[in-house]
Structure formats: C-alpha cells, structure tokens
Design a protein around this ligand. Sequence first.
Ligand code: ATP
Length: 287
Amino acid sequence: MTAQVKTATAPLRRAEPAARPGPGAAEIAIENASKVFGTGEGAVVALDGVSAAIPGGQFVCLLGPSGCGKSTLLNAIAGFSPLTGGSIRMNGRPVVDPGPERGMVFQEYALFPWMTVEQNIRFGLDIKGVARSEADAVVARIAQKLGLSDFLGRFPKDLSGGMRQRVAIARILALDPPVMLMDEPFGALDALTRRTLQDELLRIWAEYRKTIVFVTHSIEEAIYLADRIVVLTYRPGRMKRDLIVPLARPRDTASAEFNALKRELAGLVMEEQQRFTQAELTGSAVD
Ligand SMILES: Nc1ncnc2c1ncn2[C@@H]1O[C@H](COP(=O)(O)OP(=O)(O)OP(=O)(O)O)[C@@H](O)[C@H]1O
C-alpha cells in the first residue's frame, strides 16, 4: 500500500489526535527566506524563497543532503545568522537575534567540559538569575526525566555520546523554551543509542508539546519523529516537498506504510544528492 502523503497546506487528516501545543509553544512563520553567503562570483545561494508556517507544538524535520541549507535555515530561526532576504517571525515577532525562547541542541554536544552534568544543566538557570532552591528543583526534575540523576556529579568526558546528548537536551529543557532547534543531534550516535534518544525525545515532546525544528540527513529518522517533513533542494536551498507524516505513533519502521513513505522520500532526496555529487565533481553549484 502506498503511504498517503499530504502537503502541509492540505487539511490535516491525521492517524492520531492533532498536536496539542504546550502552554507557550510558539508558532514560527518563515516567509520567503533567502540567504546568500559572499558576493559576486563566489556568492553561494544557500536558501532561496523558503516559506513555511509552523504551528505551535509541531514537530518538523528539515531533510535533505549535505549543502541544501538545513543548518542555514535552523541558524536563521535561532537568530545566529540573519537572512539576506525574507523574514522569520516567532509568535508574530521578527527573529533578529538569539533569544532564550529558542533553545538549540547541536550534534557536537556543546557542553562545558569543565563543569559537571549538574553544573551544565544549571548553567542557563544561573545566568537567568533563577533562585537557588528553584534551580535545584528544576535540575532534579529534568535530570530525572532524562535518566541523568545518577550522573549529576560526572564530567562530560566520563560520559558516552548518548549520555552527553541527554545532558545537552536537559540543559535546554531546564530553560523551558517554547521552541527547540536541533541540528543533527543524534547524527554521531550508534543506531541503538540513536533510537533510544529518539524515543526519549518523542516522550518529552508528547509531554511538553514544544515546537521542534529538527535537522537530519536520515529519512528514517525524519519519518520516525516528525509530524511534518520539509525536504530542501541542493543549492539553492528551495522547498522541494512539504508533507505531513500520516502515520500514528509509535511508528513501526517495518510497516508497509512506513517503508512506502521512506521510498518516496528517498527518491526526492536522491535527486538532490545527485545534484550535490555533480556539483562536487565539477566544483560548482548546479543552479
Ligand atoms: N559561512 C558560509 N560561507 C559560505 N558558504 C556557506 C557558509 N555556510 C554555509 N555555506 C554554504 O551554504 C550551503 C548550505 O549550507 P548548510 O550548512 O546550511 O547545508 P546543510 O544542508 O545544513 O548541510 P549539512 O547537512 O552538510 O550540514 C552549502 O553549500 C554551504 O557550503
């Protein structure tokens, strides 16, 4: 059976209840987002006219091969690197710089190596001036949710990759941002650890219903996690497909529906992968 793929603008007919945004989950409006790096002959058009309205509480995956602008778009949503054209708004307000309402998790853990797990989780709360007793309670609660309670005194170097990434997620959750931005957060993990953390993330998302924008190269990861998958084209990064995943959770990666969707997305991503390979071979973008 072929999985039914719906465009995100089509009315939602879901195999599960529609996402309930958590209190304060934020909507993100991306309008005609464009980004050019450099000028003249050497200019790289990383994004070109990407638009998407992301409702509060939605779990969106940005999918595509290397160089299609996924991180560029995520960094623009984070406010790390402004667009050169178009706009991004969060709850109607233009995103112009980084802010505490948008927490970012990177692939490379980004923990402070000289701090313990507890200090890493607590760091943002201290910066915010949260009272000690309140911060203690938040750290204890988040550590418990992520299975870190017995590791609070350890340093990052003494943790596995999976545990470090739990700490990175815990740091963000402690600040309770309405939006979580995740740039290939599980890309460096082995398959079993990756699946475990995907399940943890889904559990956390189901509880808090934050808006999540998650970058991945992995088609399976995108289908396993997302409400919605945005496929970008290789240079310039344009919207290739914007689809709602019509599968109930927990998703069965062995099901016919899952694999039909995987095949369909693989076809789309392969087209862009070929453009990437061709560009690498010729040393230029294929616009
Ligand atoms: N600072 C920069 N200066 C020049 N070009 C850049 C810069 N950052 C990104 N690019 C180019 O913009 C395009 C999009 O890059 P981006 O990192 O967003 O892609 P991506 O889809 O996230 O790729 P990957 O999965 O490999 O991280 C690429 O061609 C990249 O080489």
